[in-house]
Design a protein around this ligand. Sequence first.
Ligand SMILES: [Zn+2]
Length: 560
Amino acid sequence: MKFSQYPYKRIDLERFKKDTGVMIDNFKSAKSAKKQVEIIQKYQKIQKEIQTYSSIANLNFARNTKDPKSIDENKFYDEMGPEIAAIDNQFTQAINSSKYKSKLLEEFGEHFFNLISMELKSFDPKLVNLMKEENELTNEYRSLLAGAEIKYKGKTLNLAGLSPYIQDINREIRKEAYQLMDDFFNKNEEKLDHIFDRLVKVRHKKGKVLNFNNFIPLGYLNMNRSDYGAEEVAEYRKQIVRHIVPLVKKINEKRKDILGYNKMFIYDTLYFKEGNPKPKGNLDFQVKQAKKMYSELSKETKDFFNMMIDEELMDLENRSGKSGGGFCTSFPSIERPYIFANFNGTDHDVTVLTHEAGHAFQGFQSRKQAVNRYLWPTYEACEIHSMSMEFLTWDWMHLFFKEDTEKFLFKHLAGSLAFLPYGALVDHFQHWIYENPDATAKERKLQWLELENIYQPGKNYDKLNFFKNGGFWQKQAHIYEMPFYYIDYTLAQVCAFQFWIKMQEDRKGVWNDYLQLCKAGGSMSFLDLVKLANIKSPFDPKVFEEVATKINNWLSENSL
Ligand SMILES: [Zn+2]
């Protein structure tokens, strides 16, 4: 079945509420663990169906944020989300107080109850209206950015459409493109500040409802982090400052030499004088190459990618009105993932495709997990699949980049490393934001600048005034849309680097580790999954040193 043929409908909330009520009663009065397991399975099937409709509504909206029908349907499921969460919560409570809990634990595993306990700690019916308000605000932010109409060179572009110019070989064009972006944010400063301020207040209130001092503990619970907390993360960020920041500084010095500039500005995004490597063909060409690549990488990737093409499970072109960025979503009742991206002719097209294909591949491999909560792991574990897939496909990059392949590999590795300090900066900033919920818009911007100095010393915005005054974070959608979802990328990157190291020693072994990790889905916590994949915890300071040394060596040896 192709995506366009998927059945879709609005669910009947009242009916769902009633049915769940009956199921909960039956669950409580069940005379055996077996009966309870059956009821859980029945409920999970309904959950999958609702999740599928909601994903379809959300995806159709992202594909066309201006289509009135898509707007309506997305709004319906957005508003429904917190109501459904409230009903889910009742069922979860019943499971948690089951008289056959030890039997259920045997059946579903300890992690099941860990996840349940976090869910129960992070929910209260009093949150429903606040959650709805939060959804509306994040949608407001998303529409504001998606609606950007930037006139440049006779075209009307959205923010994603500016990307090729940001990597243009001509410095003046890059500067102009950055200036247009700065202008867009500057023009919308008041709106952006207002939306964010209301978001912080709503989230703080949510934390208070649950008797926390602020939003941070709730933020961690919402991310389902069961084996580390804010203290470990703070320690971890220090490792990045110690080991990675100096290395990134070195890479930037090198880029400055290569480009022959006296000073590097934010718009100097190039790694090579003749420009960053570009894929040697359009979207169709790239999909064709990816098909060949995945058919050679493994039997599993071959079947998977052919299915993605045949069942039309990818939307990769950049269109006006389409929401920005790239993501992977899924339709659990149909057991299919979907890849969404905005190709723009830069090398990013290839990385976004391999990245999202990594997510989709895992989702597909773990689609039969017996527990809905195990279909996807927590986010930092999810990003191991995607970021490692970017590296596991290195041997086929010549299909996309031909004579520029080595340049691509260099930029990919150096760029992945350079990302770590930025990721830690976004994380550190968010901790500060929710520790200081009453800060003004101006104070937030000053704090960003202060932290930027630690994580990205020497970053120079030239005369881009909005960014220069501390507004750069306002284009980082996660900060608005998914608080605390960011350090995850860096944790996963350190894991993916370990895959990259092992890949050079044992190709077959590394693929088996990867496949095993994907199949496990979310049936374990982050650090347990790391163990399963035969790699080391990124919280271990020694791992940092090892990874930094190996990457440094490779970059020196393969310096172009
Ligand atoms: Zn990802």
